[in-house]
Design a protein around this ligand. Structure first.
Ligand code: BGC
Length: 429
């Protein structure tokens, strides 16, 4: 078959963010940020207080770090050595869902199963030691409203998590209960923080000049150091994935309607790894003229990366991946278009994410000059998806002009764990 060229062009057009649109999005993001500082009710950004500033770099001691935010849970025992140095003493991990075996994130799971698994992993990380006292930092990567560094109430699940009984609860109470049940009374949770905050702490521990932290993975979100919150510098978790002033395509609208939480996380659903493969599925099914128009072929962000990485003339890898998912063998010409579709979706993602970074930079800069700085980013999309970093750099230049030279993005791999340990140390400083 040959794809309908007109339809193809119109789809690509829908996924294209033109330069003036990019600028408007960055400006709107800045506007929402400003509104949110005055009154979060007036903004599509949640602007959640972390009760944390940046680390001094001198933090020391041994801590437990629980990293909970995706389908894989990790617990680390970390020794902070100061001067940006640290050592991982132990690392254990377990998925919250294993197909055909168990699922602790679906609607039929229970909070006891979920938090029971966390306690089980913590037990493994301390190697069954129920005597020695441990302070624990908990990276909890969902929108939570905090009253202090240790009290975080889950506002709403994102990333299609659906475990009942957790929304509206104080997560540390649930964790404490699960720890007590296992006899782990020697483990004391002292800090809860978002993964973006953890990444910022981790990057700032190692390198000064970092004020923005972001996750670009299954989910997406960004935080930054606001110089003045009630008189002190404090990291604010923007929950930027909830930003709304966007021009969604018809595919984005379908994804939203079919999601666990329609109307929520509109930016996240346009840019993050959890949804990009799905967007690709929907658009491709239209091109393939599939009967069930909104058929999901189950493409993932990993498939998209594979498709993007195929720079060969024949696009044989594209053909292979598409055939595996859809059962259709594409001609070389159609495979070319199928790759262009992946290019358009991932490029849009990187451009939208960059517009939010620039919105923050504009807000921090005011009418002055952009300060030299690093934006710390962690996550599989940023790290592994081809051309994402280049597209971010290009969009930064487009929006900041010459001043883009002041800004770079740095990968802070695994920052969630180190950040949690730092938060625990800072909470007890
Ligand atoms: C959550 C954020 C989190 C991000 C990255 C989003 O779905 O709402 O709190 O930072 O995912 O994990």
């Amino acid at each position: 078959m040959a794809f309908d060229k007109q339809l193809f062009d119109s789809i690509i057009e829908e996924f294209t963010v033109a330069p003036e649109e990019l600028r408007t999005i960055a400006a709107d993001f800045r506007y929402d940020l400003k509104q949110g500082l005055a009154d979060p009710e007036q903004s599509s950004l949640r602007m959640l207080k972390s009760y944390l500033g940046l680390p001094t770099g001198k933090e020391q001691g041994e801590y437990l770090a629980l990293d909970f935010g995706g389908t894989n849970v990790r617990v680390l025992r970390i020794r902070l050595e100061g001067e940006g140095k640290f050592e991982i003493l132990k690392k254990v991990a377990k998925p919250l869902i294993v197909e055909g075996e168990y699922d602790y994130i679906g609607a039929s799971s229970t909070k006891d199963q979920m938090f029971g698994l966390l306690a089980e992993l913590i037990d493994e990380a301390v190697e069954g030691n129920h005597e020695q006292k441990y302070l624990l930092g908990h990276t909890f990567s969902f929108p939570s409203s905090q009253t202090d560094v240790n009290n975080a109430r889950l506002i709403i699940w994102t990333k299609e998590f659906a475990t009942p009984g957790v929304e509206g609860e104080v997560v540390n109470d649930l964790l404490k209960e699960a720890l007590d049940k296992r006899g782990l009374t020697n483990v004391e949770p002292v800090a809860v923080l978002n993964d973006t905050v953890a990444v910022l702490l981790s990057a700032a521990y190692k390198q000064s000049g970092t004020y923005i932290g972001s996750i670009y993975a299954t989910g997406h979100n960004t935080c930054y150091l606001e110089p003045n919150v009630d008189g002190v510098p404090m990291i604010l978790n923007l929950e930027s994935g909830g930003f709304m002033k966007l021009l969604p395509s018809r595919f984005d609208n379908v994804i939203d309607e079919q999601s666990e939480k329609p109307g929520e996380q509109r930016l996240e659903k346009m840019v993050s790894g959890r949804y990009m493969g799905e967007l690709y599925s929907l658009a491709l099914s239209e091109l393939l003229g599939t009967k069930d128009k909104w058929k999901s072929y189950g493409f993932t962000a990993i498939d998209l990366s594979g498709i993007l990485a195929d720079e060969g003339k024949e696009r044989s890898e594209v053909q292979k991946i598409v055939a595996e998912r859809t059962g259709v063998s594409l001609t070389a010409a159609d495979a070319e278009m199928a790759r262009d579709l992946a290019v358009a979706i991932s490029k849009r993602s990187a451009r939208l994410v960059t517009a939010t970074f620039v919105g923050i930079i504009w807000q921090l800069t005011g009418s002055g000059k952009v300060q030299q700085q690093h934006i710390a980013v962690d996550g599989s999309v940023y790290e592994k998806m081809p051309f994402v970093k280049e597209n971010i750099m290009r969009a930064l230049s487009e929006l900041l002009g010459e001043e883009a030279a002041q800004v770079d993005t740095v990968l802070d791999n695994g920052g969630s764990g180190l950040g949690a340990a730092l938060a625990a140390a800072m909470a007890r400083a």
